[in-house]
Design a protein around this ligand. Structure first.
Ligand code: ACM
Length: 685
């Protein structure tokens, strides 16, 4: 069945990209300008790289490039060009690398590939790194080994800030997992890791001045200072800035376990599921003495100019119920908790400024008392971005880029930073919109499933932030994202393979085909439904090994099936390749429940999937019934179609925190079968 699905996909792809330049088929993010040349550059054992100068970042970048190329081609390459062998890739970089990468550094490059040689020129090592990634993305199997199509690419990012937030507070993520995600970010030309270093559930960074922060505020899982320094270097080598977030005054209960005097309540505090909200006490001088020392220590670990202070979701309950805080607010003429938080933010901003750092906060921090240097990150809606820009603040967009909401890549892809009110801004105001960040909040994340929650969907956000605004074709994006997804797997990402290991754990030993058939067409529920539906307390210590934790956020199989049904119906039920593909798939689904049932009945973790498995079989049967009518160009009985409706509605509802993703195309087949072949396809009248 898979071979057929893949064959069908290749046909669909071949059709959708025939107008594109060959080189563009696998590029993601799409470069600013691509011009096809003639022929291709063959990559064989004689492939040699030369570079001017000996910048360490460039040298290590070339080494990784050659290692990656070796893995993909099976060839060994000499690291340096010898006198006797001609150079295949000549790299020219105008300036050496800076010790500290800055916002707005030149990241442009020009890559020219002919049938005899390639030349990569860039003002800075950042451009060289991006150009090498572009070159890797174009390498493909050719008749003479590997080859890169002849092409001229001129490229630079649309936005200077292209970030990914990873939350390690709710669930600790080991450095090796973060490192491979940095490699993936570099492949997608993202340049900021926003590191949400702690939250109510855990404090994840070693403080030597305040060791009770990590000792009492975590389960022992935190990063040492030496590890942090190494990690920052690792990122710098890949053209990625690390922007740390020290969340305050809310979302910081883990700080108060060891230092309860920081909190606004009576304490004691604990890192336990369901513990009430807590917030820093902004009225005490000692609070700021602590934060000054804490931030002095922390900011020395992170060379980046920017530091995030969080500032979101302060519900103020602890402030409302503390008489001393109420008296302070009264004495200072503060009308509400926003005023108190603004007071706090100003003090923190002054501290950060003293430590030569620029403050970023979530959109709640937007307040006229703050200096215009502050950067505002919009998460509650896109409007705050325009509002901030109008008021003179710089901003970042994250609303619409929340990867934890389990949206399809296409939905993130459609979120345009310059749309809505931002489209009406003056040029100067627009220039204050620095870019955006996707967000991987970790309520339902483990080291095992995090790659699959970030990738490949994050590549769609990366492209939105790098490529020209006109690059919008969703079919092209998906085709290129599929290619990119495999490349990431070769880089060591586990976003594809984690499904297999998760399924095998649930199923125990034995054949997994039937379970895989089901798993490949279901997705976790969307938005915050999983959290909202929790009856009891969210227990962050629970092992996240249910099907909803294992299946991919966006089903490739469902998307392909949907495409096949579209193709088939648009052809007026005449496309036999599409029909065969659909039929084979439907038969597999129809027969799947009987095969899977014994496994479901014998596994504690799989039992909850019974209703979904039954639904999939019913969908397969109904789809086949409809397909038979379509094939014969005979209208299906109206009564039968009416009877399918409740079954389809039921199959479309969430079960076990999962959604079956093929109800839509089955409904299309059933609806179209009523027309006897006359009114088919969504584009026909
Ligand atoms: C946030 O999602 N509370 C920034």
């Amino acid at each position: 069945m898979r071979a057929l699905l893949v064959a069908g996909l290749v046909l669909v792809l071949a059709h959708s990209v025939c107008a594109q330049v060959e080189a563009q088929r696998t590029l993601m993010p799409m470069p600013a300008s691509v011009h096809a040349g003639n022929g291709e550059l063959v990559i064989d054992r004689n492939f040699r790289v030369s570079v001017n100068g000996n910048d360490p970042v460039v040298e290590r970048g070339i080494r990784r490039f050659l290692q990656q190329l070796s893995l993909e081609t099976g060839m060994m390459f000499a690291e340096k060009s010898g006198a006797s062998t001609p150079v295949t890739l000549q790299i020219q970089c105008d300036h050496g690398s800076e010790k500290i990468q800055k916002l707005g550094d030149d990241e442009s490059y020009v890559l020219g590939v002919t049938s005899t040689a390639a030349k990569l020129t860039a003002p800075t090592p950042l451009g060289v790194l991006h150009g090498l990634e572009t070159m890797l993305q174009m390498a493909r199997v050719g008749t003479k080994g590997f080859a890169i199509p002849a092409v001229t690419i001129q490229d630079q990012p649309r936005f200077a800030w292209r970030g990914l937030l990873i939350d390690v507070g709710r669930h600790f993520i080991p450095l090796e997992v973060l490192k491979r995600n940095l490699d993936a970010m570099a492949a997608a030309k993202m340049n900021v890791l926003h590191w949400h270093l702690y939250d109510n559930e855990g404090f994840r960074i070693e403080s030597k001045r305040f060791p009770k922060l990590q000792a009492e505020g975590s389960d022992g899982q935190y990063y040492t200072q030496q590890e942090i320094r190494d990690f920052v270097e690792f990122a710098h080598d890949r053209g990625i800035r690390i922007v740390p977030e020290f969340e305050m005054p809310g979302h910081s209960r883990s700080m108060f376990v060891g230092y309860p005097e920081l909190g606004s309540g009576p304490g004691p505090y604990q890192v336990t599921p369901g513990a009430p909200d807590a917030a820093i006490d902004p009225t005490r001088d000692e609070t700021y003495k602590f934060l000054d020392k804490f931030l002095d220590e922390m900011t020395k670990l992170f060379p980046d100019e920017y530091v995030h202070i969080g500032g979101d979701e302060v519900n103020g309950h602890e402030w409302d119920t503390n008489p001393k805080i109420q008296a302070f607010m009264h004495a200072h003429g503060m009308k509400n908790n926003q005023d108190l938080q603004a007071y706090f933010n100003q003090k923190v901003q002054t501290i950060l400024s003293k430590h030569h750092k620029i403050m970023i906060g979530w959109d709640e921090v937007l307040h006229p008392d703050l200096p215009k240097t502050v950067v505002v990150q919009s998460w509650r809606g896109q409007d705050s971005l325009a509002t901030a820009a109008q008021q003179g603040y710089r901003g970042l967009l994250s609303f619409g880029y929340y990867l934890d909401l389990m949206w399809p890549a296409s939905r993130h892809y459609a979120v345009e930073p310059m749309s809505g009110r931002a489209a009406l801004l003056s040029a100067e105001e627009k220039s204050r919109i620095l870019g955006g960040e996707s967000c991987m909040w970790s309520e339902w994340i483990t080291p095992e499933n995090i790659d699959s929650r970030i990738w490949p969907r994050n590549a769609a956000v990366a492209e939105r932030l790098w490529s020209p605004a006109e690059v919008q074709d969703t079919n092209s994006m998906y085709a290129r994202m599929d290619a990119f997804s495999w490349r990431l797997q070769w880089l060591g990402m586990k976003h594809r393979s984690a499904l297999e290991s998760g399924l095998s754990r649930m199923a125990g030993a034995g054949d997994m085909e039937a379970l895989r058939n089901l798993a490949e067409v279901i997705e976790p529920v969307k938005d915050y439904e999983r959290m909202d539906k929790l009856k009891g307390v969210w227990d962050f210590r629970a092992p996240l090994v249910r099907m909803a934790d294992v299946v991919r956020p966006e089903s490739e199989q469902a998307r392909r099936f949907h495409d096949a049904v579209e193709t088939y119906l648009k052809s007026g039920a005449k496309d036999r390749v599409a029909e065969n593909q659909i039929r084979t798939t439907l038969v597999t689904w129809r027969d799947n429940d009987a095969k899977l049932r014994p496994q479901l009945d014998h596994s504690f973790l799989l039992q909850e999937l019974g209703p979904l498995s039954a639904d999939l079989s019913m969908l397969g049967s109904s789809g086949l019934f409809a397909l038979d009518y379509l094939e014969r160009f005979a209208p299906s009985p109206a009564l039968w179609r009416t009877q399918q409706s409740p079954m389809l509605d039921s199959a479309a509802t969430a079960k076990a925190d999962l959604l079956l993703m093929v109800v839509g195309p089955i409904r299309q087949l059933i609806d179209a079968s009523g027309g006897g072949g006359k009114t088919m396809g969504t584009t026909q009248p």
